[in-house]
Design a protein around this ligand. Structure first.
Ligand SMILES: C[S@@+](CC[C@H](N)C(=O)[O-])C[C@H]1O[C@@H](n2cnc3c(N)ncnc32)[C@H](O)[C@@H]1O
Length: 247
């Protein structure tokens, strides 16, 4: 089993990735981001939606929203949050490697480093091709990852994340001459340690832009955050956006 197929990993490290604080910050980001401003009623796919931090705020911004994720457990949590808050979303359990709904969306989003998980680089390009096929002509794909250049600014120091009654130590290791990144996490709760290790591809802005172009996207642009900052030495994220050309 690959690390990303392990339900136990996503639930054990859930508090680190999907905290209530992050949910609140995400809602504020979605409400104001110029990169997430689309015409009212736009059909938006949140590819790898997890427990749905983006789903409810996207609906509140006026879009018709679908979430796709591999994890049944995380989708259950997304469903429960949407039901509790009374927002209408469509949720589908599927693998991004194969999921295609031809010409079904105006926008495909893939956020919070949910890209580059497959060992074969061509499989990661296939995800871009699938998104291309699922978009209408003129539709946009937006991917948000930790860019290689951003990571280079702080990698090397282990990170400590304090949780309620627990903590997580994160160590990052660059592999294959800056091609991939391994992240080792140790969660310590009640004196018991749980280890997890995940490996994914790392992309520079030029590399990810090139992959978008290989998959058929045009007008590809890079940003350094959801406020549409430039991708420069102040960038905190790498956000790449491309358009499926109108034939
Ligand atoms: C880092 S989380 C990000 C979740 C969400 N986008 C967010 O902002 O909180 C990555 C997500 O990708 C999902 N995932 C991993 N591999 C997948 C695959 N092959 N197909 C679909 N979803 C996948 C995981 O279940 C998880 O929900």
């Amino acid at each position: 089993m690959h690390w990303y197929e392990d339900e136990g990993f996503w639930s054990d490290f859930s508090e680190t990735m999907f905290s209530e604080r992050r949910r609140e910050e995400t809602a504020a980001t979605v409400a104001r981001s110029p990169l997430l401003g689309f015409p009212a009623g736009s059909r938006v796919l949140d590819l790898c939606c997890g427990p749905g931090l983006y789903l409810e705020p996207l609906v509140r911004r006026g879009y018709s929203v679908t979430g796709v994720d591999l994890s049944a457990e995380l989708l259950k949590r997304a469903r429960s949050v949407c039901d509790d808050t009374g927002v209408d979303v469509r949720l589908i359990q599927a693998d991004m490697l194969t999921h295609v709904e031809p010409d079904a969306y105006d926008v495909v989003l893939n956020v919070f480093t949910s890209f580059g998980y497959f060992d074969d680089p061509q499989d990661n390009v296939q995800v871009l091709r699938n998104a291309h096929a699922s978009l209408v002509p003129g539709g946009q794909l937006l991917i948000d990852v930790m860019g290689k250049e951003v990571l280079a600014g702080w990698i090397g120091r282990p990170q400590l994340v304090e949780l309620d009654g627990a903590y997580v130590v994160q160590r990052d290791t660059v592999l294959d001459s800056w091609t991939r990144l391994r992240t080792d996490w140790t969660l310590v709760r009640d004196g018991v340690a749980r280890e997890a290790s995940l490996t994914s591809f790392l992309y520079s802005a030029a590399e990810l832009r090139g992959l978008f172009e290989d998959a058929g996207f045009t007008g590809v642009e890079c940003f350094g955050g959801f406020d549409a900052e430039p991708y420069d030495h102040h960038a905190r994220r790498l956000i790449v956006r491309g358009t499926k050309p109108v034939r």
